[in-house]
Design a protein. Structure first.
Length: 122
């Protein structure tokens, strides 16, 4: 299974995906943008801004999103996980699953500008 680490975005995705590696990059860009619409209701920030999405694993007909939560017993956890799954499936037109990662969330995982907006500087 191919693994894709979370990295800074490199541009907008086209509507029609080309074949091969370019298709995966295009699908990944669409997926990243779609997941920016999933917000943690307590913090008012997207799962991407918070750094909760840790990686994507791709197969030709499936995408697996590995994510974490800001706290182990987050009351919105089940809802966030389901929203991420739905958005991933819509954006990629593939079966999507969400796997919970084992690492603990830390504010240093936030995107640079999101952390700065929160008054954090790493």
């Amino acid at each position: 299974m191919a693994e894709s680490k979370i990295k800074p975005e490199s541009g907008n995705a086209a509507e029609e995906a080309p074949s091969g590696a370019a298709a995966n990059l295009d699908a990944e860009n669409r997926l990243r943008e779609a997941l920016r619409e999933v917000y943690d209701p307590e913090l008012g920030m997207s799962v991407m801004e918070l750094g909760l999405v840790r990686k994507f694993d791709w197969t030709p007909d499936k995408v697996e999103v590995t994510m974490i939560l800001t706290t182990p017993f987050c009351p919105y956890g089940p809802s966030l996980i389901e929203q991420v799954r739905q958005k991933a499936q819509e954006a990629t037109q593939r079966t999507a699953t969400v796997t919970m990662g084992l690492e603990m969330w830390d504010p240093s995982m936030m995107e640079d500008q999101a952390a700065a907006n929160w008054g954090l500087y790493y």
